[in-house]
Design a binder for this molecule. Structure first.
Ligand code: CUA
Length: 346
């Protein structure tokens, strides 16, 4: 018999475990999670995740019950050394077949989900959420450590902030200019690797308006964690307005911003950055034509405001160590002028 002292210990362990789990789960509140899908594809993935989780709970209960049963039933105090068995054919078959069945079920469920959400560019008809010919096309290009989004049909280039209309199929061409990244918006679609030298595909059809967090999900260097982006799902009208704004030429600058524009166009900035309609045509860094329209910058990590931009220009490495934006040793008055220019690029 197990003593009451031991029972108490087991209870204590279970209680501690339960409380710790609650704490861990509480930490997840408010974070982007595939438990709250916002597209049919993400819902399929969430269902699969839940199914596998329930199966895992079942396996856990069976295995732990057998373990606890064996510990209690065959304790040395109670039974002495139990009979030693080896090569029991029935047991061997049972514990080979049972896990095989469990894995086969998981394999089947996974394959079914994978087929439902896989990229089908020429698909027509069938499921309501399948990619259609008139879908929006976006090239998502991974850079160390930010995301470029190109809309080839609309002729738009932006960074770290992806706008898409609600209830519209969006087909992505996923590309990388340097190392392997991974495109992941937990609430909208599964992860897909972004590999230099090849084009991968992914699609989703957002079913609710809102802002959704995206994150690079493949370790890609120092600032992997700070390679984020925002997906802004809008009504068709809002999206149309956004497209029109992004297609407009860069704002004409006045006042303090004029000095900043001169510094920008005659300095090192244009080696990496583009502002449409000017001689700045750099392709290495984010296109800044409408940079002030974005909520965040530098991999969607810092809020896009004058204070943060000043800190960024003064010393990018202080904010984001390893960032490829160099420290240009700008004077405070140059920084002020450049920020006046950048914040005018609405
Ligand atoms: Cu890009 Cu991690």
């Amino acid at each position: 018999m197990i003593s009451s002292h031991k029972t108490f210990s087991i209870r204590k362990i279970l209680l501690t475990f339960g409380l710790l789990s609650l704490l861990v789960l509480a930490g997840c509140a408010g974070t982007p999670t595939w438990f709250e899908p916002a597209s049919p594809n993400a819902a399929l993935i969430a269902n699969l995740g839940t199914a596998i989780f329930l199966i895992a709970i079942g396996v856990f209960i069976v295995v732990e019950s057998l373990l606890v049963f064996s510990v209690v039933r065959f304790s040395r105090k109670r039974e002495g050394e139990p009979a030693q068995i080896e090569g029991n054919t029935r047991f061997e078959i049972a514990w080979t077949v049972a896990p095989a069945i469990v894995l086969a079920v998981i394999f089947f469920l996974s394959l079914q989900t994978l087929t439902s959400i896989s990229y089908a560019p020429n698909y027509s008809g069938g499921a309501a959420n399948s990619p259609a010919g008139n879908a929006l096309r976006v090239r998502a290009i991974g850079h160390q450590w930010w995301w470029e989004f190109q809309y080839p049909t609309e002729n738009i280039v932006t960074a770290n902030e992806l706008h898409v209309p609600v209830n519209t199929v969006v087909n992505f061409d996923l590309e990388s200019v340097d190392v392997i990244h991974s495109f992941w918006v937990p609430q909208l679609a599964g992860k897909t690797d972004v590999i230099p030298g090849r084009v991968n595909h992914l699609w989703f059809n957002a079913s609710q308006v809102g802002a959704f967090h995206g994150q690079c999900a493949e370790f890609c260097g120092t600032e992997h964690a700070f390679m984020q982006f925002q997906v802004i799902v809008e009504t068709p009208d809002q999206f149309k307005a956004w497209v029109a704004q992004q297609q407009a030429p860069a704002a004409t600058v006045t006042g303090d911003a004029t000095k900043g524009e001169q510094l920008f166009l005659n300095g090192a900035c244009i080696g990496c950055h583009a502002v449409n309609g000017t001689k700045a045509q750099g392709k290495v860094g984010p296109n800044l034509t409408h940079v002030a329209s974005r909520k965040y910058f530098a991999g969607a990590v810092f809020e896009n405001n004058a204070d943060n931009l000043k800190k960024w220009l003064a010393n990018p490495q202080a904010l984001k160590p390893g960032a490829l934006m160099p420290n240009l040793n700008l004077t405070p008055s140059d920084i002020d002028a450049l920020v006046a220019y950048l914040t005018s690029l609405k």
